[in-house]
Design a protein around this ligand. Sequence first.
Ligand code: HEC
Ligand code: HEC
Ligand code: HEC
Ligand code: HEC
Length: 170
Amino acid sequence: MCFGHNVFATPSVQTAFVKTYPATKNTVLDSCATCHMPAISDSLNRYGAELVFAPMGFKEIEGIDSDHDGVTNIDEIKALKNPGSRSENPEYFVFTNRKGTVDFDHEAHVLGANYLINGKCAICHGPGKFPRVYNDDVLVKQFAHQICWRCHKLSGSESAPRECSDCHMK
Ligand code: HEC
Ligand code: HEC
Ligand code: HEC
Ligand code: HEC
């Protein structure tokens, strides 16, 4: 297959992906989130971004490790893991740490009306805030306790966790 980047239109990129890798049909990789983060907006993850500059398409970036997790894109695709994210589910992060794991639903926080964010990425991303790279080896405690906790307190929502054990689950 051969196509230039201006030929990409969506969701036909997804159709082309599944045609190239038939084993991904109806799996977790048959999804906008394989290349997009967050899935609904048009922001690309690192696999998607690499695709934009790959004139030969998917095959050209098979040997690359887009999300730098030590596994090449093609090996991740074969294993039905996301080549553009280290997270198990690219819109859902689980932070593991000594205090107890913390679940974070990125998609809900970005798009959910109740979450008070309305697509304003800068509430959480920017200098001195969360990196736009999910990496569970990097502790983000100082940002988490400022940004997450503060908003939960101020939100007034009963569903926004603010006790240690509401966020940190054993
Ligand atoms: C296999 C990778 C892949 C999948 C899966 C995928 N996209 Fe894309 N998408 C891209 C790439 C790459 C671009 C950027 C194209 C460019 O800049 O040339 C893009 C661009 C877009 C854009 C920007 C607008 C445009 O077309 O110029 C939107 C919106 C979009 N995708 C939505 C979606 C949605 C919704 C889905 C799921 C139904 C989806 N994409 C699935 C790779 C993908
Ligand atoms: C409520 C806080 C919050 C908001 C709002 C938010 N993010 Fe994030 N985002 C995070 C956190 C936390 C991570 C994981 C960072 C880490 O592990 O260091 C993350 C990770 C990411 C990643 C990396 C994904 C990966 O798989 O490596 C991207 C890309 C991203 N966000 C884009 C966005 C965009 C675009 C928006 C706005 C539409 C947005 N985020 C809004 C908190 C947020
Ligand atoms: C709003 C959710 C939230 C609440 C409430 C919260 N935390 Fe956290 N905490 C986090 C997140 C997210 C991290 C970052 C985890 C990471 O980087 O892996 C974190 C990190 C930590 C760490 C670092 C763990 C390590 O391995 O070094 C400690 C310790 C901790 N929290 C203790 C507490 C205590 C004690 C409380 C209550 C007084 C509390 N937290 C309340 C979300 C929360
Ligand atoms: C801009 C404000 C804001 C920020 C920043 C924010 N949250 Fe929330 N979060 C909320 C609100 C509001 C709710 C409750 C939503 C509702 O009422 O349905 C919530 C709910 C939650 C919940 C319970 C429901 C769910 O989605 O699973 C968890 C867990 C959570 N947040 C974790 C986090 C973590 C971890 C961070 C930081 C990485 C964070 N939040 C950052 C506003 C925020």
